[in-house]
Design a protein around this ligand. Structure first.
Ligand code: MG
Length: 163
């Protein structure tokens, strides 16, 4: 077993779509980013790369590279999963937490969970998604942006973790 954690933060911006865990959410503001700004999938990618000992998302998909401009973060997640697959690493489970004052995310959690599970290649029951506010405290509480936290556990299917 290999454990990894990931954290990401993006700032709200006008004239942007809000995409969280691969699901587009109706909201007046979206998240500023070089990619589609999916803060949840970025935290998840970092957790997966961390567990695999493969660095971080900025190293693999630099925002200086025009190829990643406005890219669907599910494409990045699938590439990370490809790298893990080459190393015989599979996701045992993932636990994701979104910190946002608004919008209300509860109605979208099931769709997000299904989306993430499909990309991770595991049953939805192995992907837990939670949303919380920060009680109006800090940058998330003031509605300046969204933070996401991810923890994953990987099975080293081949019994070896060497690349
Ligand atoms: Mg990010």
């Amino acid at each position: 077993m290999l454990i990894g954690q990931g954290i990401d933060v993006h700032r709200f911006a006008p004239d942007r779509r809000l995409v969280l865990a691969g699901v587009e959410i109706p909201h007046a503001l979206g998240l500023e980013a070089h990619s589609d700004g999916d803060v949840v999938l970025h935290a998840l990618c970092d957790a997966l790369l961390g567990a695999a000992g493969l660095g971080d998302i900025g190293h693999h998909f630099p925002d200086s590279d025009a190829a990643f401009k406005d890219i669907d973060s599910r494409v990045l997640l699938r590439r990370v999963m490809g790298s893990l697959g080459e190393r015989d690493l599979r996701v045992h489970n993932a636990d994701l937490t979104i910190v946002a004052q608004a919008p209300k995310l509860a109605p979208h959690l099931a769709a997000m969970r299904a989306c993430v599970a499909a990309d991770l290649g595991c049953p939805p029951a192995r992907v837990n998604l939670k949303a919380t506010t920060s009680e109006r405290l800090g940058f998330t509480g003031r509605g300046e942006g969204i933070a996401a936290f991810a923890v994953v556990l990987l099975d080293a299917a081949g019994g070896s973790t060497s690349p």
